[in-house]
Design a protein around this ligand. Sequence first.
Ligand code: ATP
Length: 707
Amino acid sequence: MTSTPAERREIETEQAYVDTVYERLDASADVARSLVAEGFARGHIGHEGGLVERDAMVFQATRRLTALNAAHDGLVFGRLNLTTGESRYIGRIGVRDAEREILLIDWRAPAAAVFYQATAQDPSGVVRRRVLRCSGAQVVGIEDDLLDADSAPDDMVVVGEGALLASLSRARDSTMHSVVATIQKEQDEAIRAPSRGATIIGGGPGTGKTVVALHRAAFLLYTDRRRFESGGVLVVGPSSVFMNYIERVLPSLGETSVTLRSLGQVVDGITSAHHDEPVAAAAKGSARMVRVLARAAAAPLAGAPTEFRYFYKDDVLRLDAARLDGLRRHLLHQSSRNRAHPRVPAVLVDALWQQVAGERALEKGREGFTDAIVDDPRFVDFVEAWWPAVDAVEIWRSLPDRLAEFAQGEFPREQMDALRASWAGGVPSIEDVPLIDELRYLIGEVPPEHDEDDDTPKQLMSFERREREDAGDRLRSTRSIDDDGFAHVLVDEAQDLSPMQWRMLGRRGRHASWTIVGDPAQSSWPWPEEAAAARAAALDGKPEHVFRLSTNYRNSAEIYDVAAQVARHAIPGADLAAAVRRTGEEPEHLVVAPGQLVGVARERAEKLLGRVDGTVAVVAPRARVAELTAELSETLRHHERLRVLDGLDTKGLEFDAVVVVDPDAIVAESEAGWRTFYVVLTRATQLLSTVGPTERWREVSRGGPRP
Ligand SMILES: Nc1ncnc2c1ncn2[C@@H]1O[C@H](COP(=O)(O)OP(=O)(O)OP(=O)(O)O)[C@@H](O)[C@H]1O
């Protein structure tokens, strides 16, 4: 890029300042490194205090070092010239000189807020706002906004075309980047909102909801580090692809303590990455599942004995099915299944003792009876079989066989069939994770394993045994539910959460503040009212503070025009954002014979790869993803920046160019097909191509009847 002599002179001046800041950063890193070394040396002092001191010292110094390293790239990105003549530099972290004078202000500090808030209409004392573009420690460009021309000194230089546009036109790579240098006013307001209650961030596609939410997490940690670091910040997004996409943003802002989980990973010990078919997914996500699972949690396990006979002295003691059922209800009335587990032997002994009538037995008394029975293998075996400690996953596994018994007509036949079929692989889907979590809370923690010194009878833990035999650790034990609470829960793409997923997150955020980010028009959940009720229950009356973002920074105006046209006709009430960037590239729409579809899609993808420097996606109906992946296998091998995905997996992502394969089939895929299609159309930053054997979607977007 060519630069003017004036710009070059300004760059030189800024470089000198930036160099000074880096020298101080390096000096701080040296101090942190020597503290780590000193800390380790203390470990050799030999007494316990030395080890504790070492741990604390090494921990703090390592953390500081990590933050300093993370802030290295693009450390200094902003400068404010104020009407007072003062100049302030803004950066990823705060840096002071040897005399403790401020060299660089952390972007999250109150003194930096004006960098984002000042406008030409309300300059708030700012004459010039300057964004420094850096490559590593090198200043490579400058973008200025003159906000108060009347107060500018005569020799003030103003260069560049505007930092925001320069940043929006960059090629996309596989990860999201921080936008700390170009956060816009309405975004800054949402980022800096107080942490009380629930902060709701809405807005159309590409308005920066995700990136704003992540900067907000960094802001919260800065303002109340003790609370949020010790309590934990949980960030939840739709898929692992999405989590990989956003995972670098917070570390690049110096924050590494945030827990990032996709919806399939929220429950410790379970990792799920695949969705169920839409019909099963809708049934599993529905609030009706709460009742189904409650019945499953309370029912006797399949194959549990229905009778117990015990011969004691001259008596035959008998617990028949009705009595056992009564005892089961009594135990479950008082606590959850697993919490009741240690009390089971005593309750059974009690019930049996009530039947003892023989003289010899009565002579020995209740204590004699208890001593005799609790170690008797017949009794121990019965207890183990009747009331084993049970893991939630084990109950989840048993559901398809007993679905009719537990569902009791909650679901129509089509959903029942789809539900049963969805268990076929034996591996939990993303939609299963909230069900397993619900069961964990219903049945309680798996009690600790038998301790030799403990005289309660040893219980069968069949699932745990099977688990240990499991080769992989995809399904580690889900036994502990103690550590689920967080201090802040941030939910992205919240419009897609099912009622069951809201319940799962609600359990993690009972005492938390929340940030909830979403756009209802992009929802793939078919019953929004049910989800809204579950969301309200998860928030449990916490006050809501609503922010709306209005500018689409992702799509070219040409691409967003097509998507917005679809939304206007197919998605009532869609919140349409204003796309500001024109590229002169109109999207192309191809209609081809069904037999040519895959070949043409490949050819378009290859063409687009040649036209953009960044990422390209081929988005297809679920049923065709494998076929297209095979067709493009050679191209995929040579181009890491090419991806083949289904519509749902594109949630939250963006690419420089997108080929949409068979749009009408994507629309027909589920009840929320139009909204998924809208998501797909709004993924491209520069070029969009649609290829299909039909074009009904275009007729609808021109105002034709919605099929
Ligand atoms: N202030 C900004 N400066 C530079 N780029 C920005 C800014 N705000 C948003 N962007 C960019 O716009 C794109 C869209 O942002 P983001 O993915 O956060 O939007 P979104 O509202 O979550 O989108 P969607 O709802 O469609 O998933 C990203 O590339 C992001 O970096």
